[in-house]
Ligand binder design. Structure first.
Ligand SMILES: Cc1cc2nc3c(=O)[nH]c(=O)nc-3n(C[C@H](O)[C@H](O)[C@H](O)COP(=O)(O)OP(=O)(O)OC[C@H]3O[C@@H](n4cnc5c(N)ncnc54)[C@H](O)[C@@H]3O)c2cc1C
Length: 467
């Protein structure tokens, strides 16, 4: 049932960012003014509620908040995340773990709500026990994404914030100027009921857009948020798939399908190293996947889209710790120690099928003794081992991408993630032009940006209430 009285805050999208933001907004709205902790809004240029006087304090518990989502089953991506284990954050989260927006702006959001604070909320307020893997990835202790989803929905229930499901956001209009006081509705959120296709305007003072990106459109995030915001005047950076496998040309990869090996990948654009990624690489029947490939796919897609004429190469080192020089020194030492030692034996630390393919592609025979390999051939083999050019033809599309690169520019929002173009409209999560690497960084962005946007929205509602 959609209320006819205006809301104070409509959150659009019940994914990670929207649910978290609604929880934070409801909590900020119900905290006694004196108890509202300034550190939670540190970095934001918004007044603490204590500075707002008794009118604001008495008004705080009455904020009318609702979430809308096009799907009946919300938070679909949380359920599919981390192989259904939900890698909800990382031990150490730095601005360098993200791409897209300006580093300083990302840093300010992360400082305002760091991973340690998200973990405190999960463990102390939402009752989610967590476990940390040796590399720093953090999961719910029972390894079930449903635990995270259920905890968020239970908190939404406790906060008595309704989720209006099966309602698709399809536009935003300025509400007629009623001049009716501090929390006067500024916006009409246009929603379509998916069941009967009727269009309903909902009036609200503030809007928080958390409609996600374009990846896995069946989850509900199909990029419609970007399209609406473009129409309303935002310069949305072209959405491109990120954290998605590479499609390779030629036949090299086909015989290697199923092999996983540690690599260091370099993205070179016109000869300059623009990005690197380290970790396991998984060969597939269409190309390469695995953490290293996924992490480099977004920068590759961005470079390819923005500089189509540039020479864009992805070079793989299958000996990530080894330079050309030290690989050659190792080869010569091996040959001196045992002149009959073959190339195959020398490369026995690599998966057999991979080393054979690399050596043969370089023009050598794997059973050739190290000592009898001419210098030019030796160097060709070593070059294949430490800077093998992957014949990248493209990246797999949004249906395989874990995240979207692109979205609303951070330059078009202020410190409270409020639009500079549409006053009263805030953003959180993947709708913003920020995408993280693999490892829990994208959910952390959802929690951090959701908190910043929600706290700013509430503080500004209360500030206007005090005027
Ligand atoms: C397979 C997979 C695995 C992943 N694993 C991890 C992981 O382990 N760790 C990690 O950090 N990140 C992971 N991610 C990324 C992470 O899920 C996203 O970055 C995160 O969910 C983004 O949150 P969001 O709230 O911005 O968007 P979403 O979670 O996409 O939520 C957006 C919501 O908005 C709704 N919506 C969209 N458009 C409209 C509209 N027009 N009207 C109404 N509602 C609308 C959608 O239905 C959806 O519920 C994974 C992603 C995928 C696809």
């Amino acid at each position: 049932m959609i209320r006819t009285r205006p809301y104070d805050l409509i959150v659009i999208g019940a994914g990670a960012a929207g649910l978290w933001a609604a929880i934070q907004a409801a909590r900020a709205a119900s905290e006694p003014a004196a108890g509202r902790s300034p550190h939670r809004t540190s970095g934001l240029n918004v007044p603490a509620a204590a500075e707002l006087g008794p009118t604001a304090a008495s008004d705080t518990s009455h904020l009318r908040i609702a979430i809308i989502d096009r799907r009946e089953q919300v938070a679909a991506k949380i359920l599919m995340s981390g192989g259904t284990r939900c890698n909800l954050t990382h031990r150490e989260v730095l601005p360098a773990d993200y791409r897209g927006g300006n580093r300083h702006r990302i840093a300010r959001v992360l400082r305002a709500h760091p991973a340690s604070e998200s973990l405190r909320v999960f463990t102390e307020e939402l009752g989610v026990a967590v476990t940390q893997e040796p590399g720093g990835k953090i999961f719910p202790a029972d390894n079930k994404a449903t635990t995270v989803r259920d905890a968020l929905l239970a908190a939404i229930d406790r906060a008595a914030v309704p989720i209006l499901r099966g309602r698709c956001w399809c536009g935003l209009e300025a509400a007629p100027d009623t001049s009716a006081g501090p929390r006067a509705p500024r916006w009409r959120v246009l929603i379509r009921d998916d069941a009967d296709r009727t269009l309903t305007p909902i009036e609200t003072a503030r809007v928080l857009v958390a409609t996600g990106g374009c990846s896995f459109p069946e989850s509900g995030s199909d990029g419609s948020g970007y399209a609406i915001l473009r129409e309303l005047g935002h310069a949305v950076v072209e959405p491109l798939p990120a954290l998605t496998p590479f499609r390779l040309g030629g036949g090299f990869h086909a015989a290697l399908s199923g092999i996983a090996t540690p690599v260091r990948l370099e993205l070179r654009v016109d000869g300059k190293i623009e990005s690197t990624a380290e970790g396991p690489l998984l060969w597939t029947h269409t190309g390469v996947s695995g953490p290293a490939a996924l992490d480099l796919s977004g920068p590759w897609a961005r470079a390819h889209h923005e500089r189509p004429k540039a020479e864009i190469r992805v070079l793989a080192s299958f000996l990530p710790e080894t330079s050309m020089e030290s690989a050659e020194a190792g080869w010569l030492a091996g040959a001196a120690h045992n002149p009959a030692r073959t190339i195959r034996a020398h490369l026995s630390s690599l998966p057999h099928r991979l080393s054979e393919a690399l050596v043969r592609t370089a023009g050598a025979d794997p059973v050739q003794p190290l000592a009898q390999t001419p210098r030019a051939l030796r160097r060709a083999v070593i070059a294949h081992l430490v800077c093998f050019p992957l014949p990248v033809e493209g990246v797999l599309g949004f249906h395989k991408a874990e995240v979207t690169s692109g979205g609303v520019r951070l330059e078009e929002v202020d410190h409270g993630l409020e639009s500079r173009i549409l006053p009263g409209v805030h953003f959180a999560g993947e709708i913003l032009h920020v995408d993280g690497r693999l490892g829990g960084f994208n959910f952390q962005w959802a929690w951090s940006s959701g908190t910043v946007a929600a706290h700013a929205a509430v503080a500004r509602l209360l500030a206007s209430a005090a005027e």
